[in-house]
Design a protein around this ligand. Structure first.
Ligand code: FES
Length: 164
């Protein structure tokens, strides 16, 4: 059974992708779950993983790319050591989270979805992270900073800047 599912695109090349293809049946319905595992393993969806999934699930690359770009939890580039995510969900937005996002972009000189060239920081735009009572909210590697202000963001970034 496992043998018939084997994916020629990854066998012997990438142990993680090989195991992934053994774990899931080669049907389109498994795409999202497989992408979730790839995102968790690599921290993004590398091109080689897209190629393997395309071959294994018999789906065009464009379709896989479309799914990746549709869901904000999937990223095409590696995130920085510190991934700073600003919530632009309604509760945060009305409390001024766009100003925090603008400051973040200005300070790091990158756009949302990008990573600084030294790999230290990346910016993510998120929707509600379930902490509306603390709006506006930003997170650093999932740690929530509530009642956020531009000053607070600067302070957190200053502290992270000092870290190696
Ligand atoms: S809208 Fe930002 S945490 Fe809910």
């Amino acid at each position: 059974m496992g043998e018939t599912k084997r994916c020629p695109g990854c066998t012997g090349k990438d142990p993680f992708l090989e195991e992934l293809c053994k774990k899931y049946e080669p049907i389109k319905d498994n795409l999202i779950q497989m992408l979730n595992e790839v995102q968790e393993h690599y921290g993004y969806i590398p091109t080689k993983a897209q190629q393997v999934l395309s071959e294994y699930l018999k789906l065009p690359m464009a379709e896989i790319y479309g799914v990746i770009t549709f869901y904000s939890r999937f990223t095409l580039k590696p995130k920085g050591k510190y991934n700073v995510a600003v919530c632009l969900g309604t509760a945060c937005f009305v409390k001024g989270s766009q100003k925090i996002m603008d400051r973040l972009k200005e300070r790091l000189k990158i756009e949302a979805g990008e990573t600084t060239t030294d790999g230290k920081f990346s910016i993510e735009e998120t929707r509600c992270v379930g902490a509306c009572g603390l709006a506006p909210v930003f997170t650093v590697n999932g740690e929530v900073y509530g009642k956020a202000t531009v000053q607070k963001l600067d302070q957190v970034l200053d502290e992270l800047d000092k870290k190696e």
